[in-house]
Design a protein around this ligand. Structure first.
Ligand code: SAM
Ligand code: SF4
Length: 490
């Protein structure tokens, strides 16, 4: 029995990539282990968006030096964004690494492992740099890897990510993604829909469509037929068994009326949009090359809210970007305060070699100051979360139950325990229930709220009552966390 350990850092794209990698390795006879020191193959699926994420991986590799010395046959691989970005540098900094495999080469991983075992030589597989060849050649060097899936590797059996787009062409000046994930390419609707149908057959109830700028998805077939994200969603809405369709992440400038209508009209579409703004100051947005002004972003928010009553919208912010003055930062505070985002994901600017901002601007805000701005923005967001959450008390919502909450996991009660799930607006809802509700869509009434959570009570009795012999059914003994453990996310 060969064993593989994988640690995944970063975004949903990486979680999906890890799922696909493990799927292909299982076909080669590998079993997953949670313990790196028991593995024949140790993999790190990496992120380069912020320096911190890279340093974590180099530290983890450093901790494996002794193990590799004692067990030199263990194969160690660095996959994904950091592999594509740093290439040979990975092995310079961590000589114990046998495989460096970029985001566009993951399909090759089983062969790379065989080559290491056969030759005892390190293997590097990376895609072409964006300026190294013609666009077409660079595109083809970033292979789409998606059709190979292993249902047992999904974070939960009833939820799945489906990539509709790879890469990015926006080149925001702070961002490394266009380099490490290559040119923007939309996958063919036939492939996407076949994958979704297969997932639904396997019991999947919620599909999240993934793309860096997912709302700019467009595919023109050989016969000239144009497919947009809204068309994909309309097709998926007809799939029996599928209950919820989500998509992340949207680019503010590409929020088209057809997509808003699809979110409003398709019963299975989650009433949730994630549309990062990054800053509330036009000067900063210009230096970031985000291609819109704050006024245009505000107009877009208004259009979304007018088109889709009750829609929840979340955003991303970067604090401490090059040259962000206190006055610029205050404008981000104002935008968060007025926008009533469902959530704001706030990041301290991290300068990335290989980006325009790294070459052109000075990273002139201290880390201490970035942290202060991060905390201040977060406080404003948290206050708004509480207002938003309280306004939802009394609402009736459909919740897809994900598992025991952290609190519920700790409790050893025999009666109901605290479960958690998500409403169509992406709000987290905790409620007293039983593990066999996991994977079910359950109607709930919101009865209380805190900064981070809504608290609900189940309205439909299905699945909650004891079985006919009066015994509570605990059969899906694996909790949400245990299921996720297959793919540790740091
Ligand atoms: N494609 C998405 C978009 O345009 O909104 C986001 C992709 S990026 C992987 C996720 C988030 O990371 C961004 O929205 C941004 O807030 C943050 N981010 C990207 N580069 C960063 C950097 N150099 N420093 C700090 N945060 C960064
Ligand atoms: Fe990065 Fe901008 Fe592309 Fe998002 S749109 S992935 S922030 S370059």
């Amino acid at each position: 029995m060969k064993r593989v350990f994988i640690e995944t850092v970063g975004c949903q794209m990486n979680i999906l990539d890890s799922e696909l990698v493990i799927g292909s390795l299982r076909r080669e006879g590998y079993e997953l282990t949670r313990e790196p020191t028991q593995a024949d193959l140790i993999l790190f699926n990496t992120c380069s968006v912020r320096e911190h994420a890279e340093e974590k991986i180099y530290s983890a590799l450093g901790r494996l030096n002794g193990h590799k010395r004692d067990f030199p046959d263990t194969v160690i691989g660095v996959l994904g964004c950091m592999a594509q970005k740093d290439q040979e540098l990975v092995r310079k900094r961590a000589p114990i690494v046998d495989i460096v495999c970029g985001t566009g080469q993951l399909r090759q991983l089983p062969q790379l492992v065989s080559e290491v075992l056969r030759t005892r030589e390190p293997q590097i597989a990376v895609s072409l740099g964006r300026k190294e060849a013609s666009r077409h050649e660079v595109e083809t060097s970033f292979e789409s890897y998606d059709p190979i899936r292993d249902p047992s590797m999904r974070p939960t059996p009833f939820q799945a990510f489906v990539r509709v787009q790879i890469g990015c062409d926006k080149f925001c000046t702070y961002c490394i993604v266009p380099s490490v994930r290559g040119p923007e390419q939309s996958r063919s609707p036939e492939h996407i829909l076949a994958e979704v149908r297969q997932l639904v057959l396997e019991g999947c109830k919620e599909v999240t469509l993934l793309g860096q700028t997912v709302n700019s998805y467009e595919y023109v077939s050989g016969d000239g037929r144009r497919t947009r994200l809204s068309d994909l969603m309309a097709a998926m809405n007809g799939y029996e068994g599928l209950e919820r369709i989500r998509f992340i992440t949207s680019f503010p400038k590409d929020m088209t009326p057809d997509l808003l209508e699809a979110v409003r009209d398709l019963p299975k579409a989650a009433k949730y949009l994630h549309v990062p703004v990054q800053s509330g100051c036009d000067d900063v947005l210009k230096r970031m090359k985000r291609l819109y002004t704050v006024g245009e972003y505000r107009d877009m928010l208004a259009r979304c809210r007018e088109a889709i009553p009750g829609v929840a919208i979340s955003s991303d912010f970067i604090v401490g970007f090059c040259g962000e003055s206190e006055a610029s930062f205050r404008k981000s505070c104002d935008l968060v305060a007025e926008s009533m985002f469902r959530n704001s994901y706030i990041f301290k600017y991290s300068t990335r070699p290989g980006t325009k901002a790294h070459d052109l601007f000075e990273d002139d805000i201290t880390d201490l100051e970035k942290r202060r701005r991060n905390n201040e923005l977060l406080e404003i967001q948290n206050d708004n979360c509480l207002i938003d959450h309280r306004s939802r008390i009394g609402d009736e919502v459909d919740v897809l139950v994900e598992g025991l909450s952290r609190y519920g996991e700790k409790s050893s009660d025999n009666g109901p325990r605290q479960m958690t799930g998500r409403a169509a607006t992406d709000h987290i809802v905790c409620f007293p229930g039983y593990p066999r509700l996991v994977g079910q869509m359950v109607k709930m009434k919101i009865v209380d709220a805190s900064h981070f959570t809504l608290f609900g009570e189940v309205m439909t009795a299905e699945g909650v009552a004891p079985t006919s012999d009066g015994i509570w059914d605990w059969s899906p003994a694996t909790t949400f966390t245990e299921r996720r453990i297959g793919l540790p996310v740091v």
